[in-house]
Write a protein that binds this ligand. Structure first.
Ligand code: MG
Length: 239
């Protein structure tokens, strides 16, 4: 018996519930060793360079970025709320680096939890998934509540990790979905998702659904009450 929920809806076309404790956990893969920040290509749009956090605001209030910036990273200040980029964009390539706290506190979804919300709606889970069992669709690099990663390529707590994302934004025709969002994700050099079609926007304990939204949106980083760190965040537009 794993950790999860037995009272949630069954995902369409699957034998699994949302956050199903019986859904198989992704196999563990040891990725390449951690390194320094990955230099951006020349046409990258920098969202956070390790020093200047002014490109981000509180997602809730729009007030100045409440997270801590020091030593080349930005750290979640628990309870200060999620933050979002001032820039809005659509289909894109995104690179970012994150580190869960070196000191292990909590377990399952309470340990090193944050998240990368594309267009403020579609979460790629950030979690300390190093020897930290949780429900499969909540593992680091999961499309939260929908698809576990193909493998668990998490590094040890405190080590810097990379996400490289290729994002194709969904298309809407009026209030109908014309084309679902498609995501590919590489974690520490290891493919976690290859052209995965999303079922809808991220929810907790509910079925994902699409709600029409503009073709561009901000990138949001989650305050889930754990002091997760971020650095070197940039994107390249693909639309
Ligand atoms: Mg999260």
């Amino acid at each position: 018996m794993g950790i999860g929920y037995e009272d949630t809806p069954i995902l369409p076309g699957m034998p699994w519930r949302v956050h199903d404790p019986n859904r198989p956990l992704p196999p563990v893969v040891t990725p390449r060793p951690a390194g320094g920040p990955v230099a951006p290509p020349s046409d990258a749009v920098m969202l956070f360079d390790g020093r200047d956090g002014s490109g981000w605001v509180s997602a809730k209030t729009g007030e100045p970025n409440p997270w801590k910036i020091e030593n080349g990273y930005m750290e979640v200040v628990p309870k200060s709320g999620s933050i979002m980029s001032k820039i809005e964009f659509g289909s894109c390539q995104i690179h970012l680096e994150w580190a869960s706290p070196a000191e292990v506190v909590g377990a399952s979804q309470g340990r090193g939890n944050s998240g990368v919300f594309l267009m403020r709606r579609y979460e790629i889970q950030v979690l300390d998934s190093y020897d930290n069992p949780t429900y499969a669709d909540g593992t680091a690099g999961s499309i939260y509540g929908q698809y576990p990663p193909l493998v668990n390529a998490c590094r040890k707590p405190g080590e810097w990790q990379t996400y490289d994302i290729v994002w194709q934004a969904p298309l809407f025709d009026g209030d109908k979905l014309a084309r679902p969002a498609v995501l590919s994700l590489v974690h520490n050099g290891v493919v976690l998702h290859h052209a995965r079609e999303l079922m809808g926007a991220t929810t907790h304990r509910q079925l994902p659904v699409y709600t029409p939204h503009p073709p561009r949106g901000a990138l949001e980083l989650q305050d889930h009450n754990n002091p997760v760190r971020f650095r070197n965040i940039w994107y390249r537009p693909l639309d």
